[in-house]
Design a binder for this molecule. Structure first.
Ligand code: IMP
Length: 405
């Protein structure tokens, strides 16, 4: 059975959740391998919108097993809340349908407080992601296996005392007492602990059995801790390498899918070469409803940047593209695309003709306006990677498959 990885090729929010959801129907296992509740995957099924932060989008497929791998950081309070949300929406989540790696690290309320205190210059989501990965690297983190052997309280206590000391002595702030935080975590721990297991072995077994595995990236390549726009990045490996370390298995991916938004967006701070700070940027923001699913923050918008996408492809070995939000470019004419940089660093753009038609209900790529088809072809030709899917709206039904000769 084919194995697939779906990754964001830009700064996140490319529409990965929707593409994963479409593919999850045929997958036996769906895996998240990095990040935490900083992600916000929006999926619309039959007009109903679901926003998931940590649980893989495969939960909407009704049959797939979903894995939160060891490369993730898990806020147990958030996960318990998300489990409740998903159950309320009528989706079945049992420990058979959702597995959480004992090797994943815990995000505690202390990490959250610390992130909110110090993450502003990066423009983090404030979810405690950076501090939790920091503790993983410092080798003082609390892994989820400690929920099972019941050692988490002592570990959180030691860590919490350190954070309280740091906050008080270095930043002149008072964090809540450790006992209060532990009490806050207790009900969530009781829920989450049922889902914790050895996901590396489980995933290996599924691979051996020839099951079809789908890896779901969070954030985007340009937010990768190594390959992104450092230091304005997230704290995990969002690229294909992260899939291996973050799950503990080798997978020979048949499909390495780049999710590419038809223009570019970014939330948080940091460089954005094709950013539009004028009315065009505001128009893209409005047309694309570019507001963060996790934080509600408005996203910065700009033209498509092909040299950055080429770098992204370098890191991931993409062999297919899913092009999303093409409908948001309707009515913009001409459309600019960055194709290079001059020796002095100026951005070189080409102008492509736009189209005026509303394409949200187009069902076949052949029925798209000529200029729209040309835009898709231009991206494919420039990157040398086939565009296999074109998405023209948030619903499951608004994705077209493109024939590749
Ligand atoms: P952190 O991941 O919360 O530490 O935030 C680091 C940077 O990554 C900030 O610029 C965030 O806005 C960005 N970021 C984190 N998660 C996402 C996401 O899911 N989509 C887009 N940007 C994200």
């Amino acid at each position: 059975m084919p194995n697939t990885i779906v990754l964001g090729s830009q700064w996140g929010d490319e529409g990965k959740g929707k593409i994963v959801d479409g593919l999850a129907a045929n997958a036996d296992v769906v895996v998240r391998f990095q990040g935490g509740a900083n992600a916000g995957h929006t999926v619309v099924v039959e007009g109903k919108k679901y926003v998931l932060h940590l649980i893989p989008s495969g939960i909407l497929s009704k049959t797939a097993v979903n894995i939160i791998g060891n490369g993730c950081v898990v806020d147990v309070i958030e996960l318990a809340a998300e489990l409740e949300y998903v159950a309320k929406e009528g989706l079945e989540v049992t420990p058979q349908r959702l597995r959480v790696s004992g090797g994943a690290h815990m995000v505690t309320p202390f990490h959250r407080l610390f992130d909110q205190m110090l993450g502003a210059h990066i423009g983090t989501t404030g979810r405690g992601i950076g501090p939790a990965y920091r503790d993983k690297a410092r080798r003082v983190g609390v892994r989820l296996e400690s929920l099972v052997d019941d050692t988490w309280r002592d570990k959180v206590k030691t860590l919490g005392e350190e954070y309280r000391h740091l906050a008080r002595c270095v930043y002149d702030q008072e964090f809540p007492p450790v006992e209060e935080i532990i009490a806050q975590m207790e009900p969530a721990v009781a829920v989450v602990k049922e889902f914790v297991g050895d996901t590396q072995a489980e995933l290996f077994e599924a691979l051996q059995a020839g099951k079809s595995i789908l890896f779901e990236g969070a954030q985007g390549t340009l937010l990768d801790i190594d390959h992104g726009t450092y230091p304005f990045v997230t704290s995990s490996s969002t690229t294909i390498g992260g899939a291996y370390t973050g799950s503990g298995v080798f997978v020979d991916f048949d499909h390495r899918i780049a999710v590419v938004k038809a223009y570019t967006t970014r939330v948080g701070n940091g460089p954005f070469p094709t950013e539009l700070t004028d009315e065009m940027g505001a128009l893209l923001q409005k047309k694309g409803h570019e507001f963060g699913a996790t934080t509600g923050r408005p996203r910065r918008c700009g033209w498509l940047d092909l040299p950055l996408l080429a770098r992204s492809a370098m890191a991931n070995g993409f062999n297919e593209i899913a092009l999303t939000k093409l409908d948001c470019l309707s009515g913009i004419d001409p459309i600019k695309v960055a194709v290079g940089r001059t020796p002095s660093g100026e951005i070189e753009y080409v102008e492509l003709p736009g189209w005026s038609e509303n394409i949200e209900s187009v069902q076949k790529v052949g029925d798209l306006p000529e200029a729209c088809k040309d835009y898709v072809q231009f991206i494919e030709d420039q990157l040398g990677i086939p565009v296999r899917w074109v998405s023209v709206g948030p619903d499951r039904a608004q994705t077209m498959t493109r024939e590749i000769p």
